[in-house]
Design a binder for this molecule. Sequence first.
Ligand SMILES: *[C@@H]1O[C@H](CO)[C@@H](O)[C@H](O)[C@H]1NC(C)=O
Ligand SMILES: *[C@@H]1O[C@H](CO)[C@@H](O)[C@H](O)[C@H]1NC(C)=O
Ligand SMILES: *[C@@H]1O[C@H](CO)[C@@H](O)[C@H](O)[C@H]1NC(C)=O
Ligand SMILES: *[C@@H]1O[C@H](CO)[C@@H](O)[C@H](O)[C@H]1NC(C)=O
Ligand SMILES: *[C@@H]1O[C@H](CO)[C@@H](O)[C@H](O)[C@H]1NC(C)=O
Ligand SMILES: *[C@H]1O[C@@H](CO)[C@H](O)[C@@H](O)[C@@H]1NC(C)=O
Length: 733
Amino acid sequence: MPRKMVVIFAASSILWMVFAASQAFKIETSPASKIIAQLGDSISMTCSTTHCESPAFSWAALMDRPLNGKVINEGNRSTLVTNPVNLENDYSYLCFVTCESKKRRREFSVEIYSFPKDPEIHFSGHPELGKPVTVTCFVPDVYPSDKLKIELLKGNQFLSQKEFLDPADVKSQETKSLEATFTPADEDNGTALVCRATLNVYEIDSEPQVRETTEQLHIYVSPKDTVISVSPSTRLQEGDSVTMTCSSRGLPAPQIFWRKKLDNGDLQLLSENATLTLIAMRMEDSGTYVCEGVNKVGQDREEVTLIVQEKMFTVEISPGPWVAAQIGDLVVLTCIVTGCESPSFSWRTQLDSPLSGNVNTEGSRSTLTLSPVSLEHEHSYQCAVTCGHDKELERKTQVKLYLFPRNLEIEMSGLFVSGKPVTVRCQVPDVYSFDRLEIELLKGESIMKNKTFLRDVDTKSLETKSLEMTFIPTTEDTGKVLVCQAKLSIDEMEFELKQKQNTQTLYVNVAPQVTAILVSPSSVLEEGGSVNMTCSSDGLPAPKTLWSKQLNNGDLQPLSENTTLTLTSTKMEDSGIYVCEGINQAGISRKEVELIIQVAPKDIQLTAFPSESVREGDTVIISCTCGNAPQTLIILKKKAETGDTLLKSTDGAYTIHKAQLQDAGVYECESKNEVGFQLRSITLNVKERESSKDYFSPELLVLYCASSLVIPATGMIIYFARRANMRGSYSLV
Ligand SMILES: *[C@@H]1O[C@H](CO)[C@@H](O)[C@H](O)[C@H]1NC(C)=O
Ligand SMILES: *[C@@H]1O[C@H](CO)[C@@H](O)[C@H](O)[C@H]1NC(C)=O
Ligand SMILES: *[C@@H]1O[C@H](CO)[C@@H](O)[C@H](O)[C@H]1NC(C)=O
Ligand SMILES: *[C@@H]1O[C@H](CO)[C@@H](O)[C@H](O)[C@H]1NC(C)=O
Ligand SMILES: *[C@@H]1O[C@H](CO)[C@@H](O)[C@H](O)[C@H]1NC(C)=O
Ligand SMILES: *[C@H]1O[C@@H](CO)[C@H](O)[C@@H](O)[C@@H]1NC(C)=O
């Protein structure tokens, strides 16, 4: 703020005393002392007289300069007014007074100064942290400059000061300046930068003219550490959106500008926000994006390159990459396209063999139906899709076939009989493909045998495969399970469904063994008695018992299926060989017992042939027969007082050739067995021969022969009777 000040020195009293001494008229001046005036002010100087009737006044500047003012004369006073003062007025002025003949003069000293404005502070640039900056303080329109002093302070610290002592050649206002260079530090922020100008226009004792300007120091930081973050990625597809955020550090906080580099190198402004979001991007949006952080002192930039790729259409085939299908089933392969409005499909097999299927295409989906799927379909299928002018895309899937249609068959070479080798065969009919087949035969938990099959020729056909093994069962195997198990594996796939099994519970037979035949009370018994014949036999399953009687021709006549065969009221004809058979599915075992029915001898016929009375020299046959019991012992004796003579007989017949007299006597026949005995005796008379002539009666010879035929004839009758009453116990009719 300029201060306008006129200071008048109090020197009038001194002048007054000088003029008073002349005793004549006197001149009084006002102001009495030196006049100090600022440029542009107005000043007036007045001369007045006393003791003079009519004073005449005139004014002059020193050195004949122009007066540059207006004189006002009023009676005894004259005033010189200069308004405004300029540097021309910076002189001494003279006031001349003439009173009658006397001339007097007075001198006025005028001093002019100029100090109209506060100093101005200028920086060479924005004060930046760490960068030297030159600050200049201008003090404008100063006069007289040789009385000027400028000081520059930063806070309380002097940066620079200067006194301008050299007087100027020309009287003029001048602008003076003072420079200082310093490097701003953090702590300088906010401190006051002061420029103080002092003009020493006055004499001693008086206050100098001071003007000062204060400016707050602001420290700047140029943008740096500019960073871009991109979400989700710098690689994008058509239609995607991307958000890019840029940050930059500096003071004041930099403003962010996003631009895109054009092909010609120009930058196109996109946004002044830190975050730039681009939506529904197109391929043309690919390129370099530049982020610039800008503040008053600088800028920093960072670039990012975005790549927007063409959105490709996609093709998917299902099921894939392979499908396992059972021969005869329906297989549908589906090819689906996304990202293409009107795709065109083409199906083919890998080897370009015929498709043998129906293609059905609707919009973005095409199906290939193989129904029923057969061996000719075992290929890799390819779905090729073109979309507009885009490249063709292909997807493949493979059809793998299998057939495992019927149940497994278990076959046995025969019954399971303990100790007897049996061959088990597990057969898998019509399987495909057998090179993936494994057959196992298990007994209980343990694998007895397994087998896989190799395909030697590359022909496709259904085959029947089997696994065979022979083993010897034991009774411990009964109840165990014989498992025929087949697995058809298709590569890595867990193919549990493709496992089949057939089981058979083992039942091991044991061939019958007749261990004993118990005959009670005995195998030899009397006619009419009862006998129990009990047969015991072991085997699995428990054998059936069959009692038979062995006939003379060796055939067996079945009698009973009870274990015990009871014969009551036995007859002699019941004698014979009885056979017990133990029979089950595993075999037959037999054992026999001989039954003897004994009859006490009776009906002994003791005859002499031709007669009991013979002549000397005749031939006599003494014959003893026992009709009912063939197993009897026949003893033929000739009784004598001296002792009995045992006769040697053939079949109970004793022949006396040429009978002598002494052959006469008592003949006795004893027939005996365990059951009893019978005696017969006859007396033979031998007469002395009158004529010794052999005599043979043909009638009696016939009788003799007939008696030896009786027994077989009786047997025949018994046989027919028995056949009529075969089952159960029987008795002879
Ligand atoms: C300087 O001070 C101003 C205001 O007090 C502040 O905003 C700025 O951050 C400071 N600058 C530095 C470099 O400290
Ligand atoms: C900057 O973002 C603000 C809100 O986040 C928005 O109002 C303004 O329009 C954006 N300016 C530009 C240039 O995108
Ligand atoms: C048979 O079974 C055994 C034991 O389980 C196994 O180690 C072997 O590989 C199988 N052999 C075949 C031909 O599958
Ligand atoms: C034969 O067996 C039956 C029944 O067990 C019995 O009553 C009979 O006395 C037995 N006969 C003989 C001769 O043992
Ligand atoms: C077998 O025995 C049963 C009773 O144990 C009897 O009723 C049946 O007559 C007998 N059969 C034969 C043929 O002996
Ligand atoms: C002029 O001077 C003043 C003082 O300066 C006197 O007071 C006046 O009386 C005087 N006037 C005349 C006519 O002499």
